[in-house]
Design a protein around this ligand. Structure first.
Ligand code: MSP
Length: 511
């Protein structure tokens, strides 16, 4: 059985931004963690290419929607590769295969008698690609998210009978494991308890979309189309029975990781659509918060957008990942602050983890012939070993519950504790008396071993830094052992060579 995790399929109106990078990095960390546990992971990402928003963006640029989409999709793909994102599937909703999936799915939903023609009246936000609930209450008729004028619509659309699924959806969303975190679940429970209304799934004024079979002047509503991207990502490249192939390929998804703004689509509309088509609903919808910059919403007009390319070249992969994973509690909103970012990286990665390894490795090389000392047990109990095992337990618990910030803090706590242990034991003082050598060996071994575990626990969070730590220890990840055994205490080999130390993390400067 595969473990399927997805990012949202990003709109191609623009290149990736900090928000899309955030979701993708979190998914990557979870995917890596699950792989380390031995699961067969399918990590899906991709792009959402249809709809009015994209059509207009291409028109403004004076190019065909398809060539616009080709260009931006490629940028997304390159970007995620540059960030070393370990995705397995990259789905484009403009692909032929996806179109076939949408059409096949539509036939099934129609077969369940869940499609009818009706009139859609209401205020539409093109930025959200969504009708807004009660704009009468708003004096501005602006979308609160995009701050752009809403557009009035009154047209014939095909509708999906969402109201029919009221009871089933109520039951699903009340399952504690379905929507996390709990604040997000409560929002959805409130929304659903107000009563579900059927929603329109086709448009007559949008040419850039998949034509609806039997109603050729309609195209599918971009959300109806896009959600199915998760299914087409694991269907095959053949032409028929694609839904069955997707089910055989592992459907349903285990986790949809998304921002809180698109929760309703994933936790309400999507499960109902799937039930209607006789398919299983996703196991979990994990909703994260929104990122601001120095307390302000990010936007082009404010000129405060953080460009992932610039972040990567300026600070590197590890720094940005660490900040986004450790500093923001998944589900809560987060703030990107330049000074805080630099301080966090310098304190946690350069000082606490980097220096620990560097100075211990230097001492070990100097006193023990460039090697890891052999550890002749002299102490009665090994406090560092037992602390590290407590940390491993807590880290596993936190990661398994998608509390990635707490898992990252566990790793940091192990590094802090290891530094304290080193300072308390002062091997640089002990070494002055030859009688203390066994004790010095013990202390140095313990610190190096603890650092090895720190490196391993960082593997899903900071893969690059993890591998630098491992090389500095000359450890080669003990590839014959499974990761969950590697993170147990005691497998750093006595008398193994320690390579010449070089800083594993450079300090960042304030701008
Ligand atoms: N195309 C839809 C998703 C379809 S999924 C079948 C879409 N795309 S999006 O590009 O606009 O947004 C993608 C994700 O980025 C959403 O989960 C959204 O929450 C997230 N973010 C956009 N801005 C964000 C921040 N400032 N902070 C954190 N995430 C934010 O919606």
């Amino acid at each position: 059985m595969s473990f399927i995790i997805t990012t949202p399929l990003y709109y191609v109106n623009d290149k990736p931004h900090l928000g899309s990078l955030y979701t993708t990095i979190i998914c990557d960390a979870i995917a890596r963690f699950k792989r380390l546990l031995g699961e067969d992971v399918i990590f899906i990402t991709g792009v959402d290419e249809h709809g009015l928003k994209i059509q207009r963006t291409a028109n403004e640029k004076g190019i065909e929607p398809m060539s616009h989409c080709d260009k931006i999709s490629e940028i997304f793909n390159i970007n995620w590769n540059n960030w070393d994102i370990s995705f397995d599937k990259f789905i484009r909703t403009s692909s032929k295969n996806h179109e076939l999936v949408v059409k096949e799915f539509f036939e099934r939903v129609k077969g369940s008698n869940d499609i009818y023609m009706g009139v859609q009246k209401g205020w539409y936000c093109v930025g959200c690609e969504e009708f807004k609930d009660n704009p009468e209450n708003s004096t501005t008729f602006k979308c609160p998210i995009h701050q752009k004028n809403l557009e009035w619509r009154n047209e014939e659309n095909l509708f999906f009978r969402l109201s029919k699924y009221q009871e089933q959806i109520e039951k699903i969303i009340r399952e504690p494991s379905f929507i996390e975190p709990i604040e997000r679940r409560n929002e959805i429970i409130n929304f659903v308890s107000r009563g579900l209304k059927d929603f329109s799934i086709s448009r007559t004024n949008v040419s850039w979309g998949i034509p609806v079979p039997g109603n050729e002047n309609h195209t599918f509503y971009v959300w109806f189309d896009a959600l199915l991207g998760y299914v087409s990502a694991i269907s095959s490249n053949e032409t028929d029975q694609l839904l069955e192939k997707s089910i055989n390929g592992g459907w349903p998804a285990d986790i949809h990781l998304i921002g809180k703004d698109i929760l309703r689509f994933h936790a309400v509309y999507w499960p109902a659509m799937l039930i209607s088509a006789g398919m299983k609903v996703p196991k979990k919808v994990l909703g994260h918060g929104f990122l601001t910059r120095e307390g302000q919403k990010m936007g082009k007009s404010l000129g405060n957008v953080l460009d992932p390319d610039i972040l990567l070249s300026k600070y590197g992969n590890d720094s940005v990942r660490w900040y986004l994973i450790k500093d923001i509690s998944l589900g809560n909103d987060g703030d990107f602050q330049d000074r805080r970012f630099v301080d966090t990286i310098n304190n946690d990665l350069a000082n606490t983890i980097g220096n620990l390894l560097n100075r211990t490795s230097s001492m070990s090389r100097k006193w023990f012939d460039n090697k890891v000392p052999n550890n002749e047990k002299t102490f009665n109990e090994n406090i560092l070993a037992s602390f590290s095992m407590q940390i491993v337990e807590s880290y596993m618990h936190n990661f398994n519950n998608y509390k990635l910030d707490l898992a990252a803090n566990d790793v940091l706590n192990l590094a802090i504790k290891t530094n304290l242990y080193l300072n308390d034991n002062q091997p640089w003082v002990l070494i002055k008396d030859e009688a203390n050598i066994p004790q010095v060996k013990e202390v140095i071994y313990n610190v190096l071993e603890s650092t090895r575990i720190i490196g391993l626990l960082l593997l899903p969070i900071l893969p690059e830094l993890s591998s630098r730590i491992d090389s500095q220890l000359g450890n080669n990840y003990k590839k014959d052992l499974q990761w969950k055994d590697q993170i147990k205490w005691g497998s750093l080999e006595f008398n193994s060579e320690l390579p010449k130390p070089s800083p594993i993390m450079n300090k960042l400067e304030y701008e």
